[in-house]
Design a binder for this molecule. Sequence first.
Ligand code: BG6
Length: 323
Amino acid sequence: MPSYSALASASLADTPQAREASDLDARFGRPGAVAFRASALGGVVAELTAADGARAMVALKGAHVLGFSLPDFGDVLWLSPVARLDAVKPARGGIPVCWPWFGPHASDAGRPAHGFARTSTWTVLATQHGHDGTALIRLGLRGADIADRTVAAGYADLTATLDVTLGTTLRVTLTSRNHGSHPVAITGALHSYFAIGDIAVTTVDGLAGRPYIDQLDGGTLKREAGPVRFEGELDRIYQDTAGTAATIVDAARALRIVIANSGSRATVVWNPGPGKAARLGDLGPDGWRRMLCVESANAGADVVLLEPGAEHALATEISVQAL
Ligand code: BG6
């Protein structure tokens, strides 16, 4: 997996990205907490550092959290070794923002899967260095700035902000607002890719007893019997998960990753297995063994109807404990 030093190029080369990073640093840099860099992956990133040594990296393209590491545990998020920020598709890994819809569009198959937010360049709105040593960046996107057919269906009236707050945990909050005069239906996800030691000895706790949509069985509704285990491709939308924290138990790394969601009644669990990983082609060799997506989502039956003037916050907070 790319290390932080590979992600953030210290080069002062006179490229457009380096100039943009330097301008952003002058306006929004917070010494010791927030710095902007031209990334070796091809775009501009914000590097966050918290007082206790936690680090996170956020790309302006997609408001995409690319990395999150803790001093005691190392990398918490997974990023493909072949990830690029200047490709048409979003970088595989980190936390892509799926918005304003999750998966295929409900009524127009011609629209891109998982919405337009993850491939759009967001604007830096604010940064903060908290008294408690936290580092924060706020990025924004206006539906009206998306100059293609995806702006139909009221999306042009929407704005999104993404707050990334780094302390001893990583908290990500996606706030959607409807500035128009008609209700707009949205879905979405914080599509987190976690770095795990070995998918064969990894489980997800906290979802037992929940109904789920099995996306690999024609959308059949099933009920989870116990911890989620992985024996090949798995793609499920768990329902009624409000107020529960899904927990990845990674026996190979001897750690537990707790994913506490809010503003969400759905949790998506996805691993492509070897077959789909080969078809996707951007996970790197055996990448599917080292990643697992557990996503805070508004998906399946959890559709949010944003009334005029209303806002909705979808959030996830990620923390790690030793087993
Ligand atoms: C998951 C979906 O959230 O994202 C899967 O449940 C999908 O069905 C996966 O394959 C990856 O999507 P994409 O568009 O990033 O390849």
